[in-house]
Design a protein around this ligand. Sequence first.
Ligand code: ADP
Ligand code: ZN
Length: 731
Amino acid sequence: MSEPEYFDHGALVAVMTTQPLGRALDYKAPEGGCHLGAFVEVPLGPRKVLGVVWGAGQGDYALNKIRHVIRVLDAAPMRLELKEFLTRAAAYTVTPLPAMLRLATRAPGLGDPPSMRKVYRRGPAEPTKLTDARRRVLAVLDEYGDLSFTLKELAEMAGVTSSVVKGLVGQDVVREEDSPRDLPFARMDPDLPGKALTQDQAAGAAALAQGVTAGEYGTTLLRGVTGSGKTEVYLEAVAAALKAGRQALVLLPEIALTEQFLTRVQERFGAKPAEWHSGATMTERRRIWRMVGQGRAQLVIGARSALFLPFQNLGLIVVDEEHDTSYKQEDGVLYNARDMAVLRASICNAQVVLASATPSLETWANAEAGKYRRLELTSRFGPAVMPEMGAIDMRAETLASDKWVSPRLQQEVNKRLERGEQAMLFINRRGYAPITLCRACGHQIGCDDCDARMVEHRFLKRLVCHQCGESKPMPETCPSCDAEGRLAPVGPGVERLGEEAALIWPEARIATLSSDMYGSARALKAEIAGIAAGAADIIIGTQLVAKGHNFPNLTLVGVIDADLGLMGSDLRAAERTFQLMRQVAGRAGRAEAPGAALLQTYQPEHPVIRAILAGDEEAFWASEAAERKQAGVPPYGRMAGIILSGPDVAQVFDAGNLLARNDGALRRIGAQVYGPAPAPIARVRGRHRVRLLVKAEKTAPLQEALVKWVAQVRLKGDLRIAVDIDPQSFY
Ligand code: ADP
Ligand code: ZN
């Protein structure tokens, strides 16, 4: 039976709210009726809450107690496609639907009627007296041309009080105008000429464009080394979507959302796309949410949560750097945006492009199995070639204690400095030093609330817990034995490496890049743009710099500790190290000068290190695939992590044991349970954590069994249970 499209006044409707309730609740349609999918406000106890008209009411509740929908919000009703996506994503990730709905409604005041606000732009007059503050206001207005600002934005950006701006309004130097709060986005022009593509690129672009135009679902792995033109190719697919009158979404890891990239998109289509990320203001979020729903934002560039926007006619989803671990949301709703992109596209007949130089084994296996099409760009665009890869055998190098840059790496950096080229030293560790040790008693400073050491961040002048984010000033005396002046840093972090580099190369301009060292994403982006333009000789960076930035003058990458990722028991350790090292190496030699990447390692014979050096990716994947098949782990088997947590360790363990003992629902589908065991980080934010791991065959109906199984635990008090389908991290 198909759902009615419209409900007359008084008809029973089922409303799904964003509140943590088990099911949709019945209400009576308001005066004027409401559409299926309408965003509504409903009474819940004494409160008013947001909800969506999910279908006809169930009618299993006393009719005289059913209340009316308060009002229908001024927003495009949720389309069936999105409703189905949320329902299936909730089932796949074993997440309650209301939590899923919250992801799709994360914009403030999304139902408010259109309203006006005052905006400020450059006026015709010149100021009577040019003070320093006034000059700064004019500088901001000049820099941003025709963009208009709110009073607060303009004053903040110029670093002046709002009365300075108001003063300029009085002289007509600045114009004050009324403007609707939610402006549509400027039209993008897909007919502007793109770059002339190489043969490889053109073939790839044509194949993608064909799929988009046909309006069919399909997923394509677009593989090519960094610099091979993957972006150029998928921008052609975006053009095809725009020409077909459909919307496009490009997902990027948060940190790859750079000005560089946005400028490139703007050049290609002649207008700015909508930009959805954690730094976007609330006003901007609301504008994007509404305009996407009305089809008046054609292209969204966003971080993973952009996947939940209410697109009107989505034709293409690009997941750039598809292997990136940040696509997996690790708290709240545990979902993988890459996999959910494929799900959404299959529901709305859209194309998916998964772009990467180093795809995940999951995606590689899907391409091998013929589920995804595979497009290869085999060489770098233009004269640039892949960097030469080499190992520095650290067993043969002499290094003073507390020093990490080997003599050989120093020599190589010297050569680049002499030639006026850039060099990068990479270490995947934030902060100054991972351990702070008391030389008197051996105590290591840990977090009060977590089972983790605190990491010194000298730049912030604090110790920081990387698990819970708690921080405290560096103590003068040892918290354990009170010895004074005996606390010492152990091991390197990016800040300490920067310090060492400054000692080795006192003349060089050194830039240290780490996400926590910049007040805002904007400041970090500005810094990166400056470096790309030549503002530094040596770049010291974490993971952050491995992701998609273009430094044309960079010709050497030195990896300080290539062995770091190989420790630990993560099933993807080899894959992650392989990807990260290839990505980092890919930063070198993008323009005319050829690049080199050198890996400092204590185990040059390790198979992963050898595969990285040999650059034989197919061989690496094939052997990695064989091992995972053998072990029956993803992508050849299914896994789910169960994390129980609570303030009372006995209660948490009891719940874990109860699940382990009563595993009938899982045994019926042939799945096995491992654990309970204390999680590797056994306490976070004062909560004790216990893990179980479930393994099943690839075709087993895992989710249904999991739902029945975990329902046996009564969630008393502060006990919580999280189900992590396809876990990516096991901490
Ligand atoms: P990827 O996304 O694979 O890293 P890009 O698309 O960013 O590669 O391309 C790398 C660089 O080469 C960019 O500066 C891009 O503009 C340039 N480029 C790629 N293909 C072409 C082309 N056909 N014509 C001109 N420039 C190109
Ligand atoms: Zn902590």
